[in-house]
Design a binder for this molecule. Structure first.
Ligand code: SF4
Length: 501
């Protein structure tokens, strides 16, 4: 870990003026609203700018809390004494913030909040009625406090910080009482990020994206697994996802530590020329000429269109697609080894399988920890190890939001202990996609058994095909996917603009 010395903090990271505090700390210490969250992907988890991250690291915060050192919401940690999640800077024993003197602007502001109005036209300053103190305080005093805070938004340091970090502005919340409109900040945001509203991709946007995908239709094609909200949303802790409506198309954007890209082409019923041109214009504005500006998960049907528009299209790992009936039956010589392992598992273990429920979350967490240790002990390819590091926050999102994401889960218990889980979603009415599978690797055949059972469940519900996504370029994963005899590999491409020399 790099040394974040006092000198470094002092020389480069002098915090901007602290915002005045309205709520007395004796009230905060008795309250259990702040710093605690019901879900790992909570839109309200605190956002740290680049300098705030450096200050937090210098005062003892863990690097793992910040997926993007250029600015990110923290990765929440499970509350070991309850059901929900905590800010990793929160000390549950004393109900205090470990970095209080260096806490970010986002936290200093609370219980005031910056948010968009409902049509996403104007930035508002409001007060959050979830704070119990604000419900009792005299409105005149709150307004005077808000006025003091607003003068700080006019100071260049704070103003520029907000404009450079649009995630400091939350979505409209009905329980936040509006105190003021902030037109100067609204105009500055539009000047920096574009005039079309840029929305954070939250769980409430899942139906909107699903409807856009349904309108687009598949016309007999087999879509890539990426054409589903759950596929992207689960990574919301590590990447930051945004969406815009451009020329009638739903455009999804992802912000990574390297810059912005489109994880999918624009999703609309009509031609993609106009929305794509506008979206790429925005990417260039946000990234400069960085090659990170690209469109991922381009289907083979769209390749000619991208090439006609001047894009360079390169292949990446394809998705594996199987006939569902083959995987449910595992009959014939070609599935002999998988069938033998399933039989062994059934013979040796007394298996109980049922639908996943949120109360299984704690046991799933323990299994994921065991599974990661087992994988590491087996010796992982370096990219595989990196994927494993990233997996935990993504699994947390699935455990917490399975139902909102329309993801179905199954858990296996053996002698009462949770030994395996799997999640998947319906990509089309006849294709089921297996998203996650985690099993105790010390139990022979359990992985094969679980995979066959989820395929049987899908067949019973009408599946003709099973998509198991790509192999991430990992030879071990490729071999095990090939061993199930895919009916086809669905080609997948990345499109980037050809740069003029
Ligand atoms: S940084 Fe501190 S004040 Fe902000 S949410 Fe975390 S624990 Fe609470």
């Amino acid at each position: 870990m790099p040394a974040y010395t006092d000198d470094l903090v002092g020389a480069f990271l002098t915090p901007p003026a602290m915002l005045p505090q309205l709520v007395p700390s004796r009230i905060c210490l008795q309250c259990d609203v702040c710093c605690r969250f019901p879900d790992p992907d909570s839109a309200l988890r605190p956002y740290f700018t680049e300098n705030e991250i450096l200050r937090a690291l210098a005062t003892g915060a863990e690097e793992a809390a910040f997926p993007d050192r250029g600015g990110s919401q923290v990765i929440l940690v499970p509350d070991s004494h309850g059901e929900g999640y905590l800010c990793p800077m929160f000390d549950a024993g004393t109900s205090t913030c470990r970095i209080y003197e260096h806490r970010p602007l986002d936290c200093q502001l609370y219980p005031l909040a910056l948010m968009w109005d409902e049509p996403h036209d104007q930035i508002l300053l409001g007060w959050d009625t979830k704070c119990p103190f604000m419900r009792e305080e005299v409105p005149g005093e709150i307004q005077r406090h808000a006025d003091r805070v607003m003068t700080l938004f006019d100071q260049p340091g704070t103003h520029d910080q907000v404009v450079a970090n649009p995630r400091l502005i939350g979505q409209f919340q009905e329980d936040v009482i509006v105190l003021a409109r902030l037109p100067r900040l609204t105009d500055a945001l539009a000047g920096r990020w574009g005039s079309a509203p840029l929305h954070r991709f939250t769980v409430d946007d899942i139906p909107r994206m699903t409807a856009a995908l349904d309108r687009r239709g598949w016309h007999g094609d087999q879509p890539l697994a990426a054409y589903s909200p759950a596929y992207h949303y689960m990574w919301n802790g590590l990447l930051s996802y945004w969406w815009m409506e451009l020329q009638g198309a739903f455009c999804l954007f992802a912000q990574s530590p390297d810059g912005w890209f489109m994880p999918l082409p624009p999703i609309g019923a009509g031609p993609i020329d106009a929305p794509l041109c506008e979206a790429m214009g925005l990417l260039r504005r946000w990234n400069g000429d960085s090659p990170v500006s690209r469109v991922e998960n381009v289907s083979i049907r769209s390749v000619p269109e991208f090439e006609r528009l001047g894009y360079r299209v390169t292949p990446k790992e394809p998705d594996y697609l199987y006939r569902a009936a083959d995987l449910a039956a595992l009959s014939g010589d070609r599935y002999k080894s998988q069938r033998a392992l399933c039989n062994r598992c059934e013979r040796e273990q007394s298996i109980e399988m049922r639908a996943y429920e949120v109360r299984d979350r704690q046991d799933c967490r323990a299994l994921l920890g065991d599974w990661s240790r087992q994988k590491r002990a087996e010796g992982l390819e370096s990219f595989g190890a990196m994927l494993l590091e990233d997996a935990t926050p993504a699994h947390e999102v699935i455990w917490s939001q399975a139902s909102a994401l329309r993801v179905a889960g199954r858990v296996v218990r053996i002698d009462g202990r949770l030994c395996a889980y799997t999640f998947g979603y319906w990509l089309t009415s006849t294709t089921f996609c297996v998203l996650l599978e985690v099993t105790d690797r010390t139990l022979p055949g359990l992985g094969q058994y679980l995979f066959r059972e989820i395929c049987r469940m899908a067949v019973a519900q009408g599946a003709e095909y099973i998509n198991t996504m790509d192999d991430a370029g990992l030879p071990g994963l490729r071999a095990s996917k090939q061993a199930y005899h895919p009916a086809m590999l669905i080609p997948n491409f990345v499109a980037s603009l050809v740069r003029e020399s």
